[in-house]
Design a protein around this ligand. Structure first.
Ligand code: AMP
Ligand code: ZN
Length: 115
């Protein structure tokens, strides 16, 4: 996807505050944080847009994203106090970037809303 901002970030073509990367995933700070710590974790390859694209062949990547979330949470020291992981897919969820990603939020009490 040539015009995808997250593809460009993963390739180093757009600057970001990188937190972690491995063979499959890339993690960086959200530019508009919704909690004290707000990290986005994406697959390096644009193999998924949203939840609707997940299938038997590519579902392993979801596990890779969650494994990266665990590592990042430990790195940031928010693993013990707790994290919230969110995926927005589609219009009602206000997904704004069409490259599958999970939000990892923490570092403070985030209340009982959503969810
Ligand atoms: P979503 O609404 O789930 O699609 O989330 C997209 C997220 O990407 C939002 O939280 C934005 O703040 C974040 N975002 C957009 N552009 C950038 C960027 N260049 N660097 C870091 N985060 C970004
Ligand atoms: Zn992309």
């Amino acid at each position: 996807m040539d015009d995808c901002i997250f593809c460009k970030i993963a390739k180093g073509q757009i600057p970001c505050t990188k937190v972690y990367e491995d063979e499959y995933t890339f993690a960086f700070k959200d530019i508009n944080p919704q909690a004290k710590q707000h990290i986005l974790i994406i697959p390096k390859e644009h193999i998924l847009t949203g939840l609707n694209d997940v299938n038997d062949d590519n579902s392993y990547i979801i596990g890779k994203l969650f494994y990266a979330a665990k590592i990042v949470s430990e790195m940031l020291g928010i693993d013990k106090s707790g994290v919230r992981i969110i995926n927005n897919t589609g219009k009602d969820a206000h997904q704004s970037v069409q490259h599958f990603h999970i939000h990892v939020l923490g570092g403070e009490d985030m209340g009982e809303g959503l969810v």
